[in-house]
Design a protein around this ligand. Sequence first.
Ligand SMILES: *Cc1c(COP(=O)(O)O)cnc(C)c1O
Length: 397
Amino acid sequence: MATTIYQQPDAQGYYGKFGGAYIPEMLHPNVEELRKQYRSIITSKDFKDEYQALLRDYVGRPTPLYFASRLSDQYNTNIYLKREDLCHTGSHKLNNALGQILLAQRLGKKRIIAETGAGQHGVATATVCALKGIECIVYMGEKDIQRQAPNVARMKMLGATVIPAVSGSKTLKDATNEAIRDWINNPIDTHYIIGSVVGPHPYPDMVASFQSVISEEIRKQLKDKTGSELPTHVLACVGGGSNAAGAFYHFTEEQSVKLVAVEAAGHGVDSGMSAATTRLGKPGVLHGSKSLVMQTEDGQVVEPHSISAGLDYPGIGPLHANLFDSGRGTFLSATDEEAVRAAFNLTQLEGIIPALESSHALAGLNQVAFKKDDVVVLCLSGRGDKDMATYMQAMGV
Ligand SMILES: *Cc1c(COP(=O)(O)O)cnc(C)c1O
């Protein structure tokens, strides 16, 4: 256990007390097939060659590590932005969707299903399915379909079938339930592409592995720019936790690097309208793994709230639950209002319009006391085009 205490789970998929595979009997064959095969496939030369070529030529990697000089002046320190916003389709999500489609192909799958909330993961999945000519079905809550019309249109243009989830609150967790039902009914030919470091083992490890390219690049780029591979701080926002897992991955065992995760506090941690899972959650099982979950006394999952749809999730990946529980990671939270203010601040200082999710990480800068020669890397997980309606509202236009 010496070198991978935080980075990788044990053989049963546990990060400390969290993780595992809590699934209905009928899903066992699907999840077992994945568990047995994913490591050998994703570490094979054939897989790595194709994945790396597509990361470079299709996704646009390596993404730049940009020294934000005016933002650095404001905080009187040195801030580098990892520009995941410059990935094809506008966020880090494609790193994972691409890895999983190449895996699905090698498993002989002919049909892809996915769940999506805001539609960002649905778009990434529909994109890689178009790239590979594979059928794509995306489950999406009926309410989200109405709220996220441009992303629904993108998915359809990419050739995906978007199926509304009409049960419960008609949002992400209901779409997830529908996707799981589909997978149970189609165990042989279908692969389920989960969009974050959540779900039953091996998904959290698989998705973290695909996103780990983020910190692999940061180490090299930082060495070129500063002479050292190690920053003093890495900041990222956390919904399920995939961009944070990717940004932290190659630093988790480096004790000198502070790992700072920022959750969505919505209207405020104690307002009853937030998604600050580590502040409010208790151990529980959600979507196939044991983690921290926002729930009532009798274990009902609480409906979360965040202005950013990508952080609007009542759980957190088991890797992060362990970073929190062990004290290795620092978990902060930012409100809707603080995130919007941070988005305008970055835009006006650096000419970069960030996604609302990433703006939570930016708001987190206000809560850390930096020294003048600290080296801070912030994962700018996505671009703000999709959030213009919210930004326009904030400007009163
Ligand atoms: C989906 C999304 C997130 C949140 O997901 P994680 O798995 O926590 O990374 C963050 N930023 C952007 C831009 C997203 O699209």
